[in-house]
Design a binder for this molecule. Sequence first.
Ligand code: CU
Length: 181
Amino acid sequence: MSREMHSGIVSPQGMWWVPAGAQERRWIKLSFAWCMVLFAMMPLWHLKGGQNPSGIRAKVDPIEFNARAERFIEEFKVGEEKGFPVVAPPPGADIYLIARMWQWTPVLKLKKDTEYTLHLSATDVNHGFSLFPINVNIQVIPGYDYALKIVPNQAGDFRIICNEFCGIGHHLMIGKVIVEE
Ligand SMILES: [Cu+2]
C-alpha cells in the first residue's frame, strides 16, 4: 500500500506508542488514586452519610391508599385553602400525602420538632416529591406506600414540586406544607 493511501487500518505516523513520560505517568497514578477514593466514597457515604431516608416500603393498592388518606383527611381537617383540605394531625401520627395528576393533597400543617410518619404514594402515575426550597427528593410510585419518619426542623411555608414529568399539567402540580413553631 502506498504511503499516500491512509485509512483507519494504517498506523498513523507519530510518537503515540512510545512509553508515557514521567509526568504523564504521575498524572495517571494520581487520577487512578482519586478514582479509588471516589469509588470508596459510594459505600462509605451510604453507610455514614446522613442523607439516606430511613424509609419503610410496602406494597399498597392505590385505591386502598386513597381511601386511607381520605380517612386521614376527614379526621384531622382544620380548614381549606384554594379548595384543598388543610390537615393538622397530632404529634406522632401517620400522615398521608397523595400525589395524583396534577395535585398534592392535602395541605399538611405540622409542628416543628415533632415526629410524624409521612406516607407517600401516587394513585395514577409516577410523580416526584421535591420539597422546596429544601433539597428533599423522593420518588412517588403508584402501588407503593413509602413511609418516612420525619421531624420538621424549620418553621415556614414549604412547597412540594413534582419533579417527575407526569403529563400536561405537571408544571402546575404544586403542593404545600406548613410548619408551625
Ligand atoms: Cu409531575
